[in-house]
Ligand binder design. Structure first.
Ligand code: ADP
Ligand code: MG
Length: 294
């Protein structure tokens, strides 16, 4: 038997024209509605020193409730892709669809978590969580039950009136997750959210994220350059090439859930990590230097 349930496909040019999706894209079966679709996304930045070709003909679809990791070396265009998914910038060509509708600007159904927690230092934790409501001219009081539940869920109840400087990096990032989820988005986009945390805290956060995902059924796209993190979290891993980022491979990870942290010490887990790493090395040796193994 090959690695359990693992499906590896070379996905270059896997998309048919006119929105029909080839089976080799993975994810929802053909005909199933996709929560999020990226179609032929290409992005070139115009800079003073010339064009930077960040993303080339990248396509993927994400099913409702799926947890997909996008894995690739630093600088390959992952954030560029996620910003387009969030409607934070335009693509040079291609499009992003959420529930079938083009995403052209920030969308109320899309939450985002960045590598830095980006909490405002002069606001308490609770006031930081209230910020998205204020921006949307909503009354946070009307959502206080959900906010309290989320704070409790991530172990921050009792810390609401602390200021960011009084919280550890992991606590700040938990607060930023609460801030994103408090407006109840259906899609959560996470850009290397635990990349700045120490290894122990990162493990805890990955476990917590899995629990929240299992409880809430949110659709999550999680960007990382850490292979082990992607294998632990993902239903599917979309591997990108070095810049300009293209979709190189798709791996389906069917390790049973909930996945305990101990799964990362099992031989099969190492096999999956090694296989994905091998595929990257095989594709382009430059990737080896910049993709973290563990
Ligand atoms: P990753 O998130 O995978 O590290 P990015 O999407 O941030 O990669 O960047 C991809 C490439 O695009 C890099 O070469 C980066 O320097 C470039 N880039 C990103 N944002 C901009 C921008 N606003 N203007 C010009 N170049 C950019
Ligand atoms: Mg990035």
């Amino acid at each position: 038997m090959t690695l359990i349930g693992r499906m590896r496909e070379v996905a270059w040019g896997a998309i048919c024209a006119h929105g029909h999706w080839a089976a080799s894209m993975g994810g929802a079966a053909i005909g199933e509605p996709a929560k999020l679709v990226v179609e032929h996304a290409t992005k070139r930045y115009e800079t003073r020193s010339g064009l930077v070709h960040a993303l080339e003909d990248y396509s993927m679809r994400v099913s409702d409730g799926e947890l997909v990791c996008v894995l690739g070396p630093s600088g390959c265009g992952k954030s560029t892709l996620l910003w387009a998914m969030a409607g934070l910038h335009d693509l040079t060509s291609g499009q992003v669809l959420l529930d079938g509708e083009p995403v052209t600007r920030p969308h109320p159904q899309i939450g985002m978590v960045f590598q830095e927690a980006n909490l405002l230092p002069w606001r308490s934790l609770l006031k930081n969580i209230h910020l998205p409501f204020e921006i949307k001219h909503l009354r946070p009081q009307d959502h206080s039950d959900r906010i309290t539940q989320l704070l409790e869920r991530v172990g921050l109840l009792g810390f609401e009136h602390k200021y960011p400087r009084e919280l550890s990096g992991g606590m700040q990032q938990r607060a930023s997750i609460v801030r994103s989820l408090s407006v109840d988005p259906s899609l959560l986009l996470m850009d290397e959210p635990f990349g700045a945390l120490d290894a122990f805290t990162r493990d805890e956060m990955n476990l917590l994220l899995q629990e929240i995902w299992l409880e809430t059924g949110k659709t999550i796209v999680f960007i990382t350059h850490n292979i082990a993190e992607a294998v632990f979290l993902a239903d599917r891993i979309m591997v990108m090439t070095p810049r300009p980022g293209r979709l190189a491979n798709v791996f389906t990870i069917d390790l049973p859930r909930p996945r305990p942290l101990e799964v990362t010490a099992q031989p099969h887990f190492f096999e999956l990590v090694a296989e994905i790493k091998g595929s990257i090395d095989h594709g382009d040796s430059r990737a080896d230097a910049v993709v973290e193994l563990v």
